[in-house]
Design a protein around this ligand. Structure first.
Ligand code: F6P
Length: 327
């Protein structure tokens, strides 16, 4: 079958996520497999505006499947927000003979693709963010590694909290979403988990849960706060005021974005990279590659951006049962 595109570019944009390198590798190798040239654009959309590119071969993406970060660098480009910037980016594509772009990133990256497609470039997005907040896909690259990193850190904190019979408040990333916090809270057996999708009732969600755990004989408490649900420091202060405890607050921050990608992230990234190239080769545009019920499908980017992803209610129900108090 004739390919709809002869040469494509691949870029990573927005916050990095473990597994982005595996996705870049997969795009390059799938392109070579289908006789399509592939060029790497460095520093996201800024690189597209400035013509910051690198030639990629099967060799140049060897030994990166296991590396965190992104070999293409990433950026959040202000210039690309203007139509002028978008026109410059499209001009670079034309100059380099790029008929299609695969962009690996989150919702901001996909909004960029929509604008680029208006300039006549075929575009496909691969969801990669530790936040797992892209609606049309069950999974975004990086989530599993970030969750495991957070779990490992919290297990360490638990050791010292247990020894000192303390309360620990851990703030995890996730931007405006609580997927990471909920998952990590389930995995660590937290006393309470605060997510932005559920309105915060401090007395019910924190104070009562700590009291209940105390009654059950616990002498240390683990409170997980999604960054979108509030500040760990403020929650810690509230616990001190209400219960007289002296919590230690840990903000896990960017630690969660680094590290060797898990097997799950490598495999998902590899599958998504392959399907992104297939979509462009088949003449598709404005698509995002999504994992749905174990299969890879592609979805209209505009539709995907309109949808709202709620918290996994089944997981939340289990969490409430585990923390002892239901709604
Ligand atoms: O979207 C990924 C993410 O790590 C969010 O969880 C977090 O809110 C944000 O990026 C942090 O962004 P920055 O790297 O610009 O500090």
């Amino acid at each position: 079958m004739e390919n709809a595109v002869k040469r494509i570019g691949v870029l990573t944009s927005g916050g990095d996520a473990p597994g982005m390198n595996a996705a870049v590798r997969a795009v390059v190798r799938a392109a070579i497999y289908r006789n399509i040239d592939c060029i790497g654009i460095r520093r996201g959309y800024s690189g597209l505006i400035n013509g910051d590119f690198v030639k990629l071969s099967a060799d140049s993406v060897a030994h990166i499947i296991n590396r965190g970060g992104t070999m293409l660098y990433t950026a959040r480009s202000e210039d690309f927000r203007s139509v002028e910037g978008q026109k410059k980016a499209a001009a670079t594509c034309k100059l380099l003979g790029l008929e299609g772009i695969v962009a690996i990133g989150g919702d901001g990256t996909f909004r960029g693709l929509v604008e680029l497609s208006k300039q006549g470039i075929s575009v496909v997005g691969i969801p990669a963010t530790i936040d797992n907040d892209i609606t049309c896909t069950d999974y975004t690259i990086g989530f599993d590694t970030a969750a495991n990193t957070a779990v490992e850190a919290i297990d360490r904190l638990r050791d010292t909290m247990q020894s000192h019979e303390r309360c620990s408040v851990v703030e995890v990333m996730g931007r405006n979403a609580g997927h990471l916090a909920l998952y990590v809270g389930l995995a660590t057996g937290a006393t309470a988990v605060l997510v932005p999708e559920k309105p915060l009732d401090f007395d019910h969600d924190v104070v009562a849960r700590i009291r209940q755990a105390r009654l059950a004989g616990k002498t240390h408490f683990m409170i997980i706060v999604a960054e979108g649900a509030g500040s760990g420091i403020e929650i810690g202060k509230g616990i001190h005021e209400e219960l007289g405890l002296d919590p230690r607050v840990t903000i896990l921050g960017h630690i969660q974005r680094g590290g060797t990608p898990s097997a799950r992230d490598r495999v998902m990234a590899t599958r998504m990279g392959y399907h992104a190239v297939c979509a462009l080769a088949e003449g598709k545009t404005n698509r995002v590659i999504c994992a749905q019920h174990g299969k890879m499908v592609d979805y209209d980017i505009n539709e995907a951006l309109k949808m709202k992803k709620g918290i996994n209610e089944q997981q939340y129900e289990v969490l409430l049962a585990m923390t002892g108090i239901d709604e």
